[in-house]
Design a protein around this ligand. Structure first.
Ligand SMILES: *[C@@H]1O[C@H](CO)[C@@H](O)[C@H](O)[C@H]1NC(C)=O
Ligand SMILES: *[C@@H]1O[C@H](CO)[C@@H](O)[C@H](O)[C@H]1NC(C)=O
Length: 227
């Protein structure tokens, strides 16, 4: 879930009235050090601090899904590892002028309303696999935008089979390496290799965390197509 949040923040920064200027961080939110990670992630004083901040640009509220997560448990599902600089060397950079006019609003769900994967929020359970969810969801959305097909691709294939190249599976990974995995290996459909943690997890009660699923190079269910 770290990836979508990051993207959301980037969109807010880009679309807000301060476009072109870096948004100032809201001070005094020392989340990660408070009480050694055992306090609840959602705290009323943080919600209040955000909501009375004039430049926050969004409204904070309680999300019941995360109601019982401690800071440490929440941190575990933020599974994006920082991209190593050496990997970025051969990534092409696209630059746009600051004067570029951006639309006031943009919603991918209505721009490509024929694509039912866009706007669907999947559940990573309590595995630190947001790096894989972000990449797979993005790829399946692009399949729909470019080829006009609804398709669900397998996060499990990526988490289980990319291995060391992508990082540490349920303990976090590199989004950029997920894309390299797609290029080199392709990825099967979700129907062929469904996500291992179907139930998800309600905190408290998820410990010990599930280990990364084992890679199996065959469909767990019969399927018509594998990409
Ligand atoms: C995708 O699925 C939805 C719902 O079943 C359908 O309305 C839509 O037309 C489909 N889109 C494409 C591109 O096939
Ligand atoms: C959070 O914990 C309370 C008390 O243990 C429980 O009643 C509630 O269902 C839990 N919420 C979630 C979303 O797991």
């Amino acid at each position: 879930m770290g990836m979508p949040l990051l993207l959301l923040l980037l969109i807010l920064v880009a679309a807000g009235p301060q476009a072109g200027r870096a948004a100032k961080p809201i001070p005094n939110l020392q989340l990660m050090t408070k009480e050694g990670g055992s306090s609840r992630i959602i705290q009323d004083d943080i919600i209040k601090a955000i909501n009375k901040h004039p430049n926050a640009g969004w409204t904070a509220a309680r999300n019941p899904y995360f109601a019982n997560y401690t800071t440490a448990q929440f941190k575990h599902i933020l599974g994006v590892k920082p991209t190593p600089h050496s990997v970025l060397n051969d990534v092409p950079v696209k630059t746009y002028p600051r004067s570029l006019m951006l639309p006031k609003e943009f919603d991918a769900r209505s721009a490509w309303s024929q694509c039912n994967t866009i706007g669907t929020i999947l559940d990573q359970g309590h595995c630190g696999s947001c790096w894989a969810f972000g990449a797979v969801e993005c790829l399946q959305d692009r399949f729909c935008i470019h080829f006009n097909m609804n398709i669900s691709l397998s996060v499990n294939d990526l988490v289980a089979c990319c291995g060391f190249m992508c990082g540490d599976g349920c303990d976090g990974g590199y989004p950029i390496m997920a894309w390299r995995y797609f290029v080199r290996n392709g990825v099967v459909t979700d129907e062929c290799d469904p996500y291992f943690d179907q139930v998800g997890c309600k905190h408290p009660g998820c410990e010990p965390a599930y280990p990364t699923p084992v890679c199996e190079k065959k469909c767990k269910r019969s399927t018509k197509m594998a990409l």
